[in-house]
Design a protein around this ligand. Structure first.
Ligand code: PGA
Length: 246
């Protein structure tokens, strides 16, 4: 059986004081029966590394540059994140695809850059409401994942995939466990065709995961944990979700 993984995506929230309180709340609730991580704003990676250094809680960033180094003002490289002990880099979050015009190829390049420096890319895929209603869900998520599979080649088995239907993010409108499982099964099948590691790979669900719906989502055969936004900002809620994965 795959060990579950729950990752908090703090987005652009927090400050040093609130972060310290949140991390203390998570640390105080250990041990967890699942793997746990937090993906924090770049500027807080160093503080987070210090807070979590002696624990098994992992940390990461919410984005990473596709470039190695050089004249790329404002970018943060995978090597920099790795130097600060990051384990994860989220790539292709729908907010970056939508607000920063990130396309499938750029997302794939970012995933490759992350993996090249020992970071596990958490590759987000997901359809908009219009795409779902037009019956395009499968086509969209497969196209998004396919670009990354192609870029990673024989290392594709090392990524974490996160299915995040855009219409469920931050809306309080969660995919039903059955809706999520159906897409996860499609993604698993696509991974099986690409890598022999597909059955040990983690496919997370994200989109309005809350303490009261987490257990039913995580009980699905191909849902291996969650990428948690809003509910990751409150220690008690995040901890409850982690327990639901255990
Ligand atoms: P949400 O965000 O849990 O607030 O819906 C999830 C995400 O965007 O990763």
């Amino acid at each position: 059986m795959r060990r579950k993984l729950v990752v908090g995506n703090w987005k652009m929230h927090g400050n040093r004081a609130s972060n310290a309180e949140l991390l203390a709340g998570i640390l105080g609730a250990r041990p967890f029966a699942c793997d746990v991580g937090v993906c924090v704003p770049f500027v807080y990676v160093a503080d987070t590394a210090v807070s979590l250094a002696t624990s098994e809680i992992r940390w990461g960033a919410q984005d990473v540059s596709a470039q190695e180094q050089g004249a790329f003002t404002g970018e943060v490289s995978a090597a920099m994140l790795r130097e600060l002990g990051c384990r994860y880099a989220i790539v292709g979050h729908s907010e970056r695809r939508a607000h920063h015009a990130e396309g499938d190829q750029l997302v794939a390049d970012k995933a490759k850059a992350a993996l090249g420096h020992g970071l596990t890319p958490i590759v987000c895929v997901g359809e908009t409401l219009e795409q779902r209603e037009a019956g395009q869900t499968e086509v969209v998520v497969k196209r998004q994942l396919s670009a990354v599979i192609h870029a990673l080649g024989h290392c594709a088995g090392e990524m974490v995939v996160a299915y995040e239907p855009v219409w469920a993010i931050g809306t309080g409108r969660t995919a039903t466990p059955e809706q999520a499982q159906a897409v996860h099964a499609v993604l698993r099948a696509q991974l099986r065709a690409a890598t022999s590691q597909a059955d040990t790979m983690k496919i997370l669900y994200g989109g309005s995961v809350k303490p009261d719906n987490a257990a039913r989502l995580f009980a699905q055969a191909d849902i291996d944990g969650g990428l948690i936004g809003g509910a990751a900002l409150k220690a008690s809620d995040f901890v409850t979700i982690c327990r639901a994965a255990g």
